[in-house]
Design a protein around this ligand. Structure first.
Ligand SMILES: *[C@@H]1O[C@H](CO)[C@@H](O)[C@H](O)[C@H]1NC(C)=O
Ligand SMILES: *[C@@H]1O[C@H](CO)[C@@H](O)[C@H](O)[C@H]1NC(C)=O
Ligand SMILES: *[C@@H]1O[C@H](CO)[C@@H](O)[C@H](O)[C@H]1NC(C)=O
Ligand SMILES: *[C@@H]1O[C@H](CO)[C@@H](O)[C@H](O)[C@H]1NC(C)=O
Ligand SMILES: *[C@@H]1O[C@H](CO)[C@@H](O)[C@H](O)[C@H]1NC(C)=O
Ligand SMILES: *[C@@H]1O[C@H](CO)[C@@H](O)[C@H](O)[C@H]1NC(C)=O
Ligand SMILES: *[C@@H]1O[C@H](CO)[C@@H](O)[C@H](O)[C@H]1NC(C)=O
Ligand SMILES: [Zn+2]
Ligand SMILES: [Zn+2]
Length: 365
């Protein structure tokens, strides 16, 4: 999840640009690219109802999943035993995702585990930035309703730098239509902050560098073909935003409908991913508010591009409001602001954010 800065510098020098697959809408994706694959679903289905004390084939994979997102702290030779570490990780996960903290791999929990989600860890160094890292509701300040979070150390772009530039990897040869998806995604954040985002032709000098890559592109986080890992980006002032060129990206903004089951599984709404990732590029972590942009998972076939109040509050804590913003005044009192900062004050500015979407068969349950 985290890579040192020097690797980040190397990667811009030696990349493997992809000729990504773009489609105006789901119906225009050729059937040959829609590969039904029930393996992921089968693997999770076998684990339904698992609880402490059991040993079941596949639990090691769940442990690896929880490790990836910070719920289990040390990478060890994971076994298929449902041990205390797994039960504790599971309960924290359930709390973060507003599920009943049963400690059992029940159906609602499995439904969340198989959802497409962002790979940015929810727990950093044992401290959750989501629900489980905050005081229980009602126990302290009942006015605290925000659930947004930041990266450890709360990195943000410097105050002197409100006009950010972005550029696209020239080798990708993106069309204006595709570039406009990113432009719309940036607009959603600039509408609520004093920040502006301007496209520049110079990739090397741009603050935010956007590129589609296939497979291993020399930053220690190889892409993995369709689905799986979708994109990753750095917290400020990293600015690197990589997308998996092997995904079937849908660009025209038509909502993804559940008309064609396998299309949904193989298609990714580009703008939804872009808006979420820009949140990370600006310094936001994950939120437990389910309809927020920064909620870590996305149900199958979902398009989510509108900033929720929670996202707006979070980004305005970092940068303040846009004077033209006509929405509710979301400036928080210092007390609220402190309460919402679940992240500890350690770490570097180099947290690597990975969006990993998993095959989702949610509505088969
Ligand atoms: C999808 O895109 C194709 C190719 O551009 C177009 O012919 C078709 O009308 C579109 N369908 C919808 C539902 O927008
Ligand atoms: C199905 O998915 C599994 C695990 O993700 C993978 O190993 C396998 O190669 C896939 N099969 C096909 C036919 O794509
Ligand atoms: C993991 O544990 C299993 C069983 O104890 C053992 O066979 C395997 O070699 C171990 N793998 C590693 C990488 O330590
Ligand atoms: C939590 O448990 C209650 C009572 O058993 C149930 O009604 C509710 O649907 C559960 N919520 C979830 C998200 O599973
Ligand atoms: C506010 O709106 C005015 C008039 O449209 C525009 O000139 C100005 O740049 C806007 N300010 C910001 C911070 O977006
Ligand atoms: C909030 O945090 C700041 C710095 O961390 C501290 O100076 C201030 O006293 C805190 N405010 C409250 C109300 O706890
Ligand atoms: C986690 O904590 C260790 C020891 O306190 C520290 O060295 C490390 O930088 C921290 N990692 C992150 C990502 O904050
Ligand atoms: Zn994320
Ligand atoms: Zn990368």
């Amino acid at each position: 999840m985290r890579i040192p800065l020097f690797i980040a510098i190397v990667l811009v020098l030696s990349f493997s640009p992809a000729s990504a697959h773009f489609f105006p809408n789901i119906s225009s994706i050729p059937p040959s690219l829609l590969k039904p694959n029930n393996t992921a679903w089968d693997a999770f289905h076998k684990l339904l109802g698992c609880h402490a004390g059991q040993k079941v084939d596949g639990l090691a994979k769940i442990k690896k999943y929880f490790y990836n997102f910070g719920y289990i702290s040390s990478l060890s030779n994971f076994t298929d035993d449902f041990d205390d570490a797994l039960e504790s990780a599971l309960k924290t996960y359930q709390q973060n995702f507003n599920l009943n903290t049963t400690g059992v791999l029940d159906a609602p929990t499995i439904q969340h585990l198989i959802r497409p989600r962002c790979g940015n860890p929810d727990v950093v160094n044992g401290t959750s930035t989501m629900n489980s890292g905050k005081p229980p509701a009602g126990s302290q300040n009942i006015h605290t309703v925000a659930h947004f979070s930041f990266f450890p150390g709360r990195p943000r772009w410097p105050e002197s730098k409100t006009d950010l530039t972005y550029a696209f990897l020239p080798q990708n040869g993106l069309t204006d239509n595709i570039k406009s998806v990113f432009s719309r995604a940036f607009d959603r954040w600039s509408e609520v902050t004093p920040l502006t985002f301007t496209e520049t032709a110079s990739f090397q000098s741009a603050d935010i560098k956007i590129g589609f890559f296939a497979g291993d592109h020399n930053d220690g986080e190889p892409f993995d073909g369709p689905m799986g890992t979708l994109a990753h980006a750095f917290s400020p002032p990293g600015g690197h935003f990589h997308l998996d060129g092997d995904e079937n990206w849908v660009i025209d903004g038509v909502p993804i409908v559940e008309r064609d089951f396998f299309s949904i599984l193989s298609a990714v709404d580009l703008e939804s991913v872009a808006v979420h990732e820009i949140g990370h590029l600006l310094g936001l972590g994950h939120s437990s508010v389910e309809d927020s942009i920064m909620f870590p998972s996305l149900a199958a076939g979902t398009r989510r591009v509108e900033l929720a109040n929670d996202d707006i509050q979070g980004v305005q804590v970092l940068y303040g409001s846009n004077p033209n913003f006509t929405g509710p005044n979301t400036v928080l009192t210092p007390t609220q602001e402190n309460d919402t900062n679940g992240a500890p004050k350690f770490g570097s500015l180099l947290v690597h954010v990975v969006v990993a979407f998993f095959l989702s068969f949610v509505h088969l349950i």
